[in-house]
Design a protein around this ligand. Structure first.
Ligand code: ADP
Length: 519
């Protein structure tokens, strides 16, 4: 019986698919099986009693000795290659191969031995290298895609801006029978604008170009802004929209935080045909949760784990929904950047709850009774149409804006460059409103022109600044700019009119009374 067992052991050792060697505590080879001789091209006698270094490339021998010493001081079963990147073995002919080596120590009496199983890992390493190369290629392609999307969506803004303004101008003067066609065209342009904005947002987020700028953001402000933006949308859709008050202050990036909520509330309204959309806040022991809940169509349970993927849209029974499937991908990226957690619960036919969880570390203070929404100025109500001084370097956008504003009853004068704007501003009279593109040329922004004019005249001349990259512009502002509205391009025509009317109704306000002396 014992003999038979010995035979089996001998046989196993000899024909093992792994090359097996045993070294003693001095690093000398005490045993090698046939696979070793085949793999390395040595005869058994050439290996027995030789130092293990015989099987290691010369350039790695120094390192190997220190590895072996370290191992012998703390022997144990382990995979060698896991910690040593360049693990190579050397054949008798001097050639090398990538080796996978597993070690197992054992003792005979008091003497320590180490058994090593050696495998030729060349193929595995090649596969690994190919995988790494494929991964790098995919990352490169993804970055190129993001860059392309960012550039394309940015450059498409100017022509869309032009079309949008021209459409609005035509709507103003057209015959009633044409009006419906133009209104449909307007809806299509709005849809296109939304898609462009989403594409630009996701590509900017993905390319890592956005760094959150922390500020103390009173929740009341954010909730008030949400209410202002969405209450008329909800009303138009016949849905109740409720934003419950909350008075915490969140230390976060104001623009990104708003973008997060904007996407969730936008979705809730988009996918709800009747009932209610509600935004509520609850403080907990570890976090504040903001819940956006709706009584809409809901999301099937088996689709829930995919809705945060880019371009993923649930097939809503053939109902064509507005959107590109990027809203929740943006939410996910923004939440990651801000350190928040967002989860979505839903039941088909009953509704959806999106829950943002903001860890307590971001909650800086309770704004006791500081309802800053009270400070928001009432929306003008002005019917007076003032003169607009327009600075825009894109010819198409400038002409379209001029036309649009003229049809709306404004007197408009324009300048195509910063230099000509200086001349135009020489004609400035109290009551005029400046509308300027932010990105004018390498040296001047529309905001700088406005600031210079304000310094010259000594009061906060009313201004509207337009930008295709509004989040970056807003983030670059160190202090709020009084008596100035920032609007995103392609501009929403009614937002532009509201801004001009609002500013001109308060135009001429003295700087000191507006800002309390602070600039
Ligand atoms: P989309 O632009 O299509 O709205 P999103 O990334 O914002 O893209 O959302 C992905 C999908 O998740 C949507 O197409 C929609 O099917 C589903 N979804 C998101 N929010 C809601 C919601 N509140 N109610 C029902 N379905 C929703």
């Amino acid at each position: 019986m014992m003999d038979q067992l010995n035979d089996i052991t001998q046989h196993l050792l000899r024909s093992s698919p792994d090359a097996l060697i045993v070294v003693d505590a001095n690093g000398r080879i005490r045993f090698a099986n046939e696979t070793v001789t085949e793999l390395f091209g040595y005869a058994l006698e050439q290996l027995l009693d030789k130092p293990l270094e015989t099987l290691i490339p010369e350039r790695l021998r120094g390192k190997h000795v220190s590895h072996l010493t370290a191992y012998l001081s703390k022997p144990g079963n382990r995979e060698m290659g896991a910690r040593i990147a360049d693990l190579y073995a050397r054949r008798a002919d001097g050639s090398e191969f990538a080796a996978g080596i597993r070690l197992a120590p054992f003792k005979i009496g008091e003497r320590l031995f180490v058994a090593a199983a050696i495998r030729d890992n060349t193929e595995r390493q090649q596969i690994n290298e190919a995988l790494i190369a494929a991964r790098e290629e995919a990352d490169r392609a993804n970055r190129a895609k993001s860059r392309f999307l960012a550039t394309a969506s940015h450059d498409l803004r100017q022509p869309i801006q032009t079309i949008r303004l021209l459409n609005a101008a035509m709507l103003k003067i057209s015959r009633p029978d044409l009006r419906e066609l133009l209104q449909q065209q307007e809806r299509a342009i709005e849809g296109m604008t939304r898609m462009l904005n989403a594409l630009l947002d996701i590509s900017r987020l993905e390319s890592g170009a956005i760094e959150p700028q922390l500020a103390d953001v009173p929740l009341t402000d954010t909730l008030h802004q949400l209410n202002t933006e969405f209450e008329s949308v909800a009303q138009a859709r016949g849905i109740a929209f409720r934003v419950e008050p909350a008075s915490l202050v969140v230390s976060t990036d104001r623009t990104l935080f708003y973008q997060l909520l904007q996407n969730l509330v936008g979705n809730a309204l988009k996918y709800t045909d009747q009932g209610e959309v509600k935004v509520s806040c609850v403080t907990g022991s570890a976090a504040l949760t903001i819940t956006v809940s709706d009584t809409g169509i809901g999301i099937p349970a088996d689709k829930l784990d995919r809705i945060f993927d880019e371009y993923y849209q649930v097939d809503t029974q053939g109902a064509k929904r507005m959107g590109v499937g990027l809203g929740l991908a943006i939410v996910k990226e923004v939440a990651r950047l801000l350190g928040f957690n967002v989860s979505i619960r839903s039941r088909v036919g009953e509704g959806t709850q999106a829950v943002i969880s903001i860890p307590n570390q971001y909650l800086t203070a309770i704004a006791a009774g500081a309802d800053s929404t009270a400070a928001v100025e009432p929306a003008g109500g002005a019917t007076r149409r003032s003169r607009v001084l327009l600075v825009e370097d894109n010819d198409g956008v400038r002409l379209a804006t001029e036309l649009f504003l003229r049809f709306e009853g404004f007197h408009v004068e324009s300048a195509p460059s910063a230099a000509e704007a200086e001349v135009l501003f020489g004609k400035f009279q109290r009551g005029d409103v400046i509308v300027a593109d932010y990105h004018l040329d390498g040296r001047n922004t529309g905001l700088e022109l406005l600031t210079r004019l304000r310094q010259r005249l000594g009061y906060d001349v009313p201004g509207v600044v337009l930008s295709g990259d509004l989040p970056s512009v807003l983030r670059s502002l160190r202090t709020p700019v009084p008596n100035c509205r920032f609007l995103s391009k392609p501009v929403d025509t009614s937002a532009l009119l509201d801004a001009i009317d609002e500013l001109s109704s308060g135009a001429g306000t003295d700087r000191r009374s507006m800002t309390g002396g602070a600039v």
